[in-house]
Design a protein around this ligand. Structure first.
Ligand code: ATP
Ligand code: MG
Length: 396
């Protein structure tokens, strides 16, 4: 087949890129620019987070995309054409917008709220009703909330309805201004995770505003850090931002614990693991003792015939002539190669041992993670950032 296939997942509108070209905004009567010479290139299907202190121009930058704020100079292109070539009314229909503070219409039902844009563009009742049903399912709300009013929903549920409303006409671009700002931390994390799952399905181009750097790192494919006057301090991926902040402002904003934050972005499989001598039940312990001399990990790991960890061998285990079937200590915690490194670290810290076997999808041991491996990694990372050599010791 050589023809173009239609987009999967019922999404009829492909995502569009958003490009800021040297965009400046000065509000009438203001003495300074709210946004100054901002250039950004957001590829289709990515989440670009705008982050920075209050008043730095995040909302202004976002609102120029759908022309709820007019550009003073420069240009913004959505899907390759200038927003100035479309009317503000048209743009507001084409671009989903989740405003700061949710902004559901209080005297309209949830279904009517979600159907705002479909009603504007004249969808018939059946199509609209089907879309509302589909969106409620997408945001994991029961169908019976459709006839309730916003005040009859929790804050988190209202927030999800706000997202559904912005998605209703399947726009190629979404603007989300502090969409989870008003939610308590626990529900906020749930909504963030839910939204990332949703985005993996719908692949919209999203401009996402927050003043919370942790949220930015979690949600963004790319992050634009803005400073006073809407000036761009750095535009980079989360990892680049954490590893290599462009200046003192970004470094302060990203925070001192960025090495730890970086661990949240990495998987166990991203770092060089150590090797432990492997032992099999019934094997001559003399062989195992010989392998232990000079090994990276000073303990032998008993594995089954599929290399699945059974436990660590103690000195007493190794004093016998042959390796026992059931060793003194369990292998726990056993980590997965796909585990997030920060979670792996907390598992290690909570357990008694310094070493944890790492297994692949089949459960077979592929290496060992230890606190030392992680601190070596952090030290070398620090070395990159601060330009002094690491002095990590492999054994304590
Ligand atoms: N309609 C307006 N008229 C005049 N000045 C405005 C207007 N809206 C915003 N400003 C000013 O422009 C600057 C940027 O405001 P903006 O709302 O874009 O900031 P923000 O980064 O979104 O802040 P916050 O994090 O508090 O939401 C501020 O100095 C603000 O006072
Ligand atoms: Mg704002």
């Amino acid at each position: 087949m050589t023809g173009q296939e239609s987009a999967a997942g019922g999404s009829e509108h492909a995502a569009a890129s958003v490009v800021f070209r040297d965009v400046t905004k000065r509000y009438r009567g203001a003495e300074a620019d709210a946004v100054e010479h901002l250039s950004l290139d957001v590829p289709a299907g990515e989440i670009c987070v705008l982050v920075g202190p209050s008043g730095c121009g995040k909302t202004t930058a976002m609102r120029m995309v759908n022309r709820t704020v007019e550009i003073t100079s420069g240009d913004i292109e959505v899907g390759g054409t200038s927003v100035t070539e479309r009317s503000p009314a048209q743009l507001r229909r084409e671009i989903g917008y989740v405003i700061q503070q949710i902004g559901l219409f209080p005297h309209r039902t949830i279904a009517q709220n979600i159907a705002t844009v479909p009603a504007l563009i004249g969808w018939d009742r059946e199509r609209t009703r089907a879309r509302v049903r589909e969106l409620l399912e997408l945001i994991s709300l029961p169908a019976d909330v459709a006839d309730r009013y916003p005040a009859q929903l929790s804050g988190g549920q209202q927030q999800r309805v706000g997202v559904a409303r912005a998605l209703a006409a399947d726009p190629p671009v979404m603007l989300m201004d502090e969409p989870f700002g008003a939610i308590d931390p626990i529900n906020r994390e749930r909504l963030q995770n839910e939204f990332l799952r949703l985005q993996a399905e719908i692949r919209k181009t999203i401009l996402f505003v927050t003043h919370d750097i942790d949220e930015a790192i979690k949600m963004g494919d790319r992050i634009a850090v803005l400073r006073e006057g809407g000036r761009l301090a750095q535009f980079a991926t989360p990892a680049e931002l954490l590893m290599d902040p462009a200046d003192d402002f970004v470094e302060d904003f990203v925070g001192a614990d960025r090495a730890l934050k970086r661990l949240a972005l990495m998987r166990v499989s991203d770092i060089d693991l150590w090797e432990a001598p492997l032992a099999f039940a019934g094997q001559d312990t003399a062989e195992v003792r010989a392998k232990l001399a000079g090994a990276e990990v000073p303990w032998a790991l008993l594995v089954d015939s599929d290399r699945r960890p059974i436990g660590w061998l103690s000195d007493r285990d190794l004093a016998a002539a042959t390796v026992p079937h059931r060793p003194d200590s369990s292998p726990d915690p056993v980590l997965d190669r796909d585990d997030v490194l920060r979670d792996a670290l907390s598992d290690l810290l909570q357990s008694q041992t310094h070493y944890a076997p790492v297994v692949d999808a089949s459960g077979a041991a592929v290496g060992v993670l230890s606190l030392d491996v992680i601190s070596d990694f952090l030290a070398s990372d620090q070395a990159k950032v601060e330009e002094h050599p690491a002095t990590a010791r492999p054994h304590d």
